[in-house]
Design a protein. Sequence first.
Length: 150
Amino acid sequence: MQLILAAGGALAVLTVAAAVLARAALSVVRISGPSMAPALRPGQRVLVLRRGWARLRPGRIVVVSPAALDLPADPSGRRPQRLLVKRLAALPGDPVPDPARAAVGAPVVPGGRVVLLGDNPAFSTDSRLWGAVPTASVVGVVLDGVTLRG
């Protein structure tokens, strides 16, 4: 009986520890615009692995804090307030992708910066307008193949 109680207590401690760890490493983000269509749709919720837990690689979808960016206003004069979701196109030292070359103003992504592009260029404000953005603005990586209901 004591063995069962000890095992139950250990399981409870492990469950709480796993929940605390998951809370520290994961968050949920709701997609609010068409800039990442067709990969992500407005209203879709995705699971994000926070930056300290995720490795940045070109091609991954990332979440960016607009507060960490000194972004110009979009053509309508607004500045982003919500988290932004974009595809990581290039890391420091990588060649700048052609669509963002004019805004970045260099053939190679500068140190401490990344290039972000939306999958739907007609509806995306990204490094084509902003240029390369601080790497520190990336708050997490969207987990591939993980979407949440509702």
